[in-house]
Design a protein around this ligand. Structure first.
Ligand SMILES: Cc1cc2nc3c(=O)[nH]c(=O)nc-3n(C[C@H](O)[C@H](O)[C@H](O)COP(=O)(O)O)c2cc1C
Length: 217
């Protein structure tokens, strides 16, 4: 059975990003695959330490990140998977810091310092990115014209180019009345949650199915 690892870069379990991950996983399972969701905030790790063990001539950990912390187990799971999904909310106009740390550790060891920077990843994994954010699509297109290309550059270089799935204009608070929120209208947000978000979840489900179908074809 084909296995897909889904990495959730949101600290909130059971919120927007996690729900998109769950829907993607549902699509994977519907197509006969296996999916595992890993919550990055549960993993004890930091970004790349620049130890360069992954680039050491003749080194036993050449081409892999071996820094001894909680991420090594996750990276080992990804190295034998067939597909990878990285999901993150947008924080301060970027993916979360934890997601960035993960992308450094995942991709840098596979990026060989040779002419053309060939990938030495054990597999050209199928990949997908899930992004969730507070702002609507039109504003995202204006504000983040190159954020997603930049975020995906290393993943595209070492694996297959990711497909992208978005959930815009997400519902952020369990009760908007309890927080100081003047810039977002709670009724509009509720409407979005009930009408647009289910479509986003469906898109994630379909993408999960398609990933397994494309791995098997
Ligand atoms: C620290 C922080 C920074 C945020 N910055 C942005 C931002 O720059 N742009 C945006 O559209 N949403 C921003 N948001 C909103 C989240 O991206 C959005 O609510 C997202 O769907 C949350 O995902 P979650 O429900 O999985 O936690 C921010 C939220 C937090 C907590």
């Amino acid at each position: 059975m084909k296995k897909v690892i889904i990495v959730n870069g949101s600290p909130r379990k059971n919120w927007n990003t996690y729900k998109m991950c769950e829907s993607f996983a549902g699509g994977v399972q519907a197509a006969g695959g296996v999916a595992e969701i890993i919550n990055l905030y549960d993993v004890d790790f930091k970004g790349c330490r620049s130890c360069f063990a992954c680039k050491l001539k003749g080194g036993k950990n050449f081409g892999r990140c071996s820094y001894p912390d909680g991420l090594v187990e996750v990276l080992d799971k990804i190295s034998v998977a067939d597909g990878l999904v990285v999901a993150s909310p947008i924080y301060c106009s970027d993916v979360t810091g934890v997601t960035r740390c993960f992308i450094e550790r995942l991709t840098f060891p596979f990026f060989e310092y040779k002419q053309g920077y060939p990938s030495i990843a054990p597999k050209k994994l199928k990949t997908a990115m899930i992004y969730t954010m507070n702002i609507p699509e039109v504003l995202s297109n204006q504000m983040y014209p190159d954020l997603f290309d930049k975020t995906e550059f290393m993943i595209s270089t070492v694996f297959e180019k990711p497909i992208r799935i978005f959930a815009y204009d997400t519902y952020q608070f369990s009760d908007y009345d309890k927080y100081v929120v003047e810039t977002f209208d709670k009724n509009k947000k509720l409407k979005q949650k009930e009408t647009l978000f289910p479509k986003d979840l469906q898109n994630a489900f379909e993408a999960g199915k398609s990933m397994i179908e494309s791995i098997e074809s």
